[in-house]
Design a protein around this ligand. Structure first.
Ligand SMILES: CC(=O)N[C@@H](CC(=O)O)C(=O)NC[C@H](CC1(C(=O)N[C@@H](Cc2ccc(O)cc2)C(=O)O)CCCC1)C(=O)O
Ligand SMILES: [Zn+2]
Length: 591
């Protein structure tokens, strides 16, 4: 049957009213589960998930009856096309139930993961194992923590990941996509996405190779030639992070000018008796200083801002939640009083600000212009929040100014978070896309994962790995079925946004000095972008903010230019080899 455009509008209104209720109930049930992992809560979450899927199926199949090509109204067309992708709800009921149970099992295996000493207590990831990975300088202890976590969680996912892939691809096919990777990429509405990503990575490669060579030299000085090959990959357990995705915790080992160490902001926060609430207040104050919306009172009542001490099992991995209901937005985070957690809170509050800004939009448009936009907002604010000017102004630093050497030390700290992240944030979905499209078969999952880790990150596993292991499963987003390429793109977008907002707010001088705190002009530009949600194609939104409609590496390169010059000079002086021509992972020196 041909349905008219007016009937489509009525259909969409009906969807609007019912969707809020169904989505809210699903979010409540999910929240109750991840903040109190029990069997009954799991059952309830699965029930509400089934209800949501039935609802999506009902409206999705009816949305497909409209022949939108004849429609005039672009908004109606965009809404109906979003409705037509019903994701996993397209699966037959029994397979959908199996799939939902698989997803819950994988995510819970990660959240409950722990490593037990031969005798005595077991330790969890947040924050025991992460603390060891960040602070231990004993190679054997680091290997214990790394292997313990990867074996404990990865091996649980190994036997079922193939089934997860099969059901994911079946759902994608039922939505008209080649495979689930195809469906994940579709959200970026770009025919040239994969080529653009590879080009962007190539542009950033010199920056990464110089940092990699410099850090390898520092680790060589500390761990010696038995562990580090100056022409080879770096063992993945020595970078201060369980996944070697952020190297900021080994800044002390790599500091360019060790005689001028940066002030320890975590120590200052603890000295000033900071509590988690104050950390969230601090982030909220930043957003309101831009003229943006303050977090509503419900947030403080309903959020989980610290790891519970009543024995409840919770999912500690931080997240920001939209309950699609009168001002109910929450954050779940096992907050520790550290500078890393403060910046991570800025990230989460970026999500909350987006939720707040687009809450009056149709539910179909309550998302970021694309998922990378959703990620980039909090990151832009944290770029200003990590600036010397801001931290000094907020009493978190006492040194009035930075001399050129302290400035290089500062930029190294930011680079260990941002530049180290470039290859990791790219390869996670490169791996999963190839698993979904069948390029990577399940008998070689782990060796293909390490091939990508070697090729793009220049890393090796600390010990030989086999196909009994499933090391990608030891990463939250793989166990929780959350796409990752959004983080690679948000790495670039955050610097494009930062550059545009700094310019608009009248900043002059180096980009890494910029702090947009208190700039109503910057806030106004941001607000106009956030309010749009996903109602307009993201290149149009990007152009509104930055004047350009393409993702570009230029702003990131501008930000790090002074550091790159220093790194190149340092590496030339040391006669470093860029890259890892000795590409084999040597495990000698292992007794
Ligand atoms: C209901 C729901 O799921 N909501 C979504 C938001 C939404 O989509 O609406 C959400 O809250 N996702 C959680 C996730 C949490 C974090 C994360 O996982 N980060 C990545 C990548 C990264 C790494 C370094 C870095 O500096 C910044 C990011 C990682 O740690 O690997 C952990 C702390 C930081 C961000 C997030 O906020 O993105
Ligand atoms: Zn995020």
């Amino acid at each position: 049957q041909f349905y008219s455009e007016t009937e489509a509008k009525l259909f969409l209104q009906f969807y609007e009213q019912t969707a809020q209720v169904v989505f809210n109930q699903f979010m409540e049930a999910s929240w109750n589960y991840v903040t109190n992992i029990t069997k009954p809560n799991r059952e309830e979450m699965l029930n509400k998930e089934m209800e949501r899927s039935q609802f999506t199926l009902y409206f999705g199949t009816r949305a497909r009856l409209f022949n939108i090509h004849h429609f005039q109204d672009p908004v109606v067309k965009r809404m109906l096309s979003k409705l037509q992708n019903i994701d996993k709800a397209a699966l037959p009921k029994d397979e959908l139930l199996e799939y939902n149970k698989l997803l819950a099992y994988m995510e819970t295996a990660y959240s409950m993961g722990q490593v037990c000493m031969s005798e005595g207590p077991c330790v969890t990831l947040e924050s025991d194992l992460e603390e060891i990975m960040a602070t231990s300088r004993d190679e054997k202890e680091l290997m214990w923590a790394w292997q313990g976590w990867h074996d404990a969680v990865g091996r649980q996912l190994r036997p079922i990941f193939g089934r997860y892939v099969y059901l994911s691809n079946k759902a994608a096919n039922l939505n008209g996509y080649d495979d689930m990777g195809d469906m994940w990429r579709a959200v970026y509405e770009s025919e040239t996405l994969e080529d653009d990503l590879e080009d962007l990575f190539e542009e950033l490669k010199p920056l990464y190779l110089n940092l990699h060579a410099y850090v390898r030299r520092s680790l060589y000085r500390h761990y010696g030639p038995d562990i580090i090959d100056l022409r080879g990959p770096i063992p993945a357990h020595l970078l201060g992070n369980m996944w070697a995705q952020s190297w900021v915790k080994i800044l002390d080992l790599v500091l360019p000018y060790p005689k001028k160490p940066p002030e320890d902001i975590t120590k200052i926060m603890k000295g000033q008796h900071w509590k988690p609430d104050k950390m969230f207040q601090e982030a909220d104050t930043f957003f309101t200083s831009l003229g943006l919306i303050s977090i509503p009172n419900e947030f403080w009542k309903n959020s989980m801002l610290e790891k519970p001490t009543d024995g409840r099992e919770v999912e500690c991995h931080a997240s920001a939640w939209n309950f699609y209901k009168d001002n109910d937005f929450r954050i779940k985070k096992c907050t520790e009083v550290t500078i890393e957690d403060l910046l991570s809170i800025f990230h989460q509050m970026g999500h909350i600000q987006y939720f707040l800004q687009y809450q009056n939009h149709s539910i179909l448009f309550r998302a970021g212009a694309n998922p990378a936009f959703q990620e980039a907002i909090g990151l832009v604010i944290s770029l200003s929040a990590s600036s010397h000017k801001y931290l000094l102004n907020r009493g978190l630093l006492s040194h009035q100014h930075q001399d050129p050497e302290e400035e290089i030390n500062f930029m190294m700290g930011i680079a260990l978070e941002k530049i180290a992240f470039i290859p990791f944030s790219y390869l996670v979905d490169l791996f999963r896309w190839r698993v979904f499209d069948g390029t990577i078969q399940k008998d070689v999952y782990n060796q293909e994962w390490w091939n990508l880790r070697l090729k793009y990150q220049g890393l090796c596993p600390p010990i030989p790995r086999s196909e009994e292991d499933f090391d990608p499963g030891a990463k939250f987003h793989v166990s929780a079925n959350v796409p990752y390429i959004r983080y690679f793109l948000s790495l670039l977008l955050q610097f494009q946004f930062h550059e545009a907002l700094c310019k608009a707010s009248g900043h002059s001088g180096p980009l890494h000095h910029c702090n947009i705190y208190n700039s109503k002009i910057a806030g106004d530009i941001l607000e106009n972008v956030l309010k749009l949600g996903s109602s307009r194609p993201w290149p149009e939104v990007l152009k509104k903010l930055t004047g350009k409609s393409k993702v570009s590496s230029k702003a990131l390169m501008t930000y790090f230019k002074p550091l790159l010059n220093w790194l190149v000079n340092e590496n030339v002086q040391q006669g470093e080899v860029l890259g890892w021509p000795d590409f084999t992972c040597s495990f000698e020196g292992r007794n």
